[in-house]
Design a binder for this molecule. Structure first.
Ligand code: CA
Ligand code: CA
Length: 253
């Protein structure tokens, strides 16, 4: 008998033996198991806690959802004083604030007062200079321009300066004007003419003359062209004269 055949015989015999035992121990009627058919027992007491296990390995850091921001903590204690800083550059000067209305008016009044005093001083100086060059009689002052010009030009020069050509209204004024003309050694035009009506002498404003000091034989309207008047510096007498013949221009203020 070969080994394989011997092995198969042994394998079959073993199986038959097991089957015979199972058949002989099997109950004939009751087929239920002992546990299934008996009364259930009471639960036993829980066992004692086991010993702590060995420490496990550190787990991976979890990534949970970000929580809400907490409340700010209390202020900490003040820190030590820092080092002294470098002094900064002074700032630009600020604009002047608006003064009250009263202060503004008072300031303007003070400024005007100062300006007025300066103008009065300046005017006084000019007046002194004028008095040195001119001559005052009563409220009237005669001032020579030291220029020789025609009646029309001379009249315009005086009016531009705020005055008129000299026009003495009495003997005192006539003497004063003669004195001014004598300084320039020249006869001077008066603010008198008969341009409008021959022989009817008037002031430049058209009013008839109220005072005259004619030289003997004047006015003669020499050659029919003498419609203006001059005062002779030698004696203060008047003579009708040609308006276009240049004479000394003396203004009165
Ligand atoms: Ca005339
Ligand atoms: Ca004449």
């Amino acid at each position: 008998m070969h080994l394989l055949q011997l092995f198969m015989v042994l394998l079959v015999g073993t199986s038959l033996g097991r089957a015979a035992v199972s058949e002989a121990s099997r109950p004939e009627v009751n087929t239920c198991t002992v546990l299934a058919c008996g009364s259930p027992g009471l639960n036993g007491l829980p066992g004692r806690d086991g010993r702590d296990g060995a420490k496990g390995e550190k787990g991976d850091q979890g990534v949970g959802p970000k929580g809400q921001q907490g409340f700010p903590g209390k202020a900490g204690p003040p820190g030590p004083a820092g080092p002294m800083g470098v002094q900064g550059r002074s700032g630009d000067k600020g604009q002047k604030g608006e003064a009250g209305a009263t202060d503004t008016l008072r300031s303007q009044m003070a400024a005007l007062e100062t300006k007025f005093q300066a103008l009065r001083t300046e005017f006084s100086n000019y007046k002194n200079v004028a008095l040195l060059q001119g001559l005052t009689v009563g409220q009237k002052t005669f001032i020579s321009t030291h220029r020789h010009d025609t009646y029309t030009n001379g009249k315009a020069q005086c009016e531009k300066a705020g005055g008129t050509l000299a026009s003495p209204k009495n003997a005192a004024e006539n003497s004063a004007l003669q004195e001014v003309a004598k300084r320039d050694s020249k006869f001077a035009f008066l603010d008198v003419n008969d341009i409008q009506t021959e022989g009817r002498f008037v002031y430049a404003n058209g009013a008839p003359v109220s005072y005259t000091n004619w030289k003997s034989g004047e006015p003669n309207n020499y050659n029919g062209v003498e419609d203006c008047v001059i005062i002779l510096h030698e004696n203060g007498l008047w003579n009708d004269y040609n308006c276009d013949t240049k004479s000394l221009i003396v203004c009165e203020f």
